[in-house]
Design a protein around this ligand. Structure first.
Ligand SMILES: [Zn+2]
Length: 305
């Protein structure tokens, strides 16, 4: 069974880029008879007030992109992530990191033209005595020790992609020092629990996908297919930002019908030549990843007031 998902992190209202992602995730699985689920990524519950999550679910319903199952809420799944962490610890892949933010900043190894700073591995070789002494002073973060090994996959949209775990990602955090589980760990546990077979999300997440694939392998989870979608821009190719004013769905819905909004997103995604009112269902026959641009999805003029 093909299962797609949309997993917003509701620290605010959904923006048009989120809506594009939800639409493409829905079209990709539905066009092949699959099911579509929504997950609320509120791991850091303090930063994700419930009202935003509830509004996100209402927005998706309004657009016709409802979840086929009750959404999972990451804030309620600490036990699942804890069990996965325990499994990784038992197999010797996890170590405590006591570095402060300032120490991390100073110790980041020079990276290879990469946007993600690579952890130096400073705490990897601590002795049990050193760990005990440091633990008395502060609660550590927990990191995954990664091998000097490349992880490669082929993205439905971006094509072949590869990263060396040790050199380009570094030992990454599984649980923060404040006890909050890392996104990387939660995502793979949740996708496996829901039987997700394809992940559609923003291209900004592409660099961390090899880390998630590696975690899947260690935990014995199937690796889903991936499609990393382009950034949504205005009609001049400029990235949407706060300067564009209120571009929440409730603000857009005062100017456009839901079919007009879906049509403009579909136009940005290359699925329509000109914007016109459509429902998600009406887009199904024409959907193909080959039509979706790789680098930039431009909204038609008039979408941003
Ligand atoms: Zn450290």
């Amino acid at each position: 069974m093909i299962t797609g998902r949309f997993a917003p992190s509701p620290s605010g209202y959904l923006h048009p880029g989120n809506l594009l992602c939800a639409l493409l995730a829905w079209l990709s699985c539905r066009s092949r008879g699959g099911r579509f689920i929504v997950r609320i990524e509120d791991l850091d519950a303090g930063r994700c007030p419930k009202k935003y999550a509830l509004q996100a679910l209402a927005d998706l319903d309004w657009l016709g992109l409802s979840s086929d199952e009750d959404p999972l809420w990451q804030s309620q799944r600490a036990d699942v992530y804890g069990a996965a962490l325990e499994q990784l610890s038992r197999s010797g892949h996890v170590y405590p990191c006591f570095c402060s933010r300032a120490e991390l900043h100073a110790s980041f190894a020079p990276n290879l033209g990469d946007e993600v700073p690579v952890y130096s591995g400073k705490c990897r070789g601590l002795t049990p005595e050193e760990i005990a002494a440091k633990s008395a002073l502060r609660r550590p973060a927990l990191r995954l020790a990664v091998p000097d090994e490349a992880v490669a996959f082929t993205d439905a949209l971006q094509g072949p992609y590869e990263r060396n775990l040790a050199r380009q990602c570094g030992d990454f955090i599984l649980r923060r020092s404040d006890g909050i589980y890392a996104y990387q760990l939660a995502v793979v546990c949740d996708d496996a629990a829901s039987g997700v077979t394809e992940v559609v999300r923003g291209r900004d997440i592409l660099p961390s996908t090899p880390q998630q694939i590696y975690l899947c392998r260690l935990l014995g989870f199937p690796v889903p297919a991936y499609a990393h979608i382009p950034l949504l821009t205005d009609s001049s190719g400029r990235r949407l930002s706060k300067r564009d004013g209120d571009i929440s769905l409730s603000a857009l819905s005062r100017r456009f019908s839901r079919e007009e909004i879906v049509g403009m997103l579909a136009c940005a995604a290359g699925l329509l030549r000109e914007p016109r009112p459509v429902t998600p269902e009406q887009l199904l026959p024409a959907f193909s990843w080959e039509k979706v641009p790789k680098d930039e999805a431009r909204l038609p003029a008039g979408f941003i007031a």
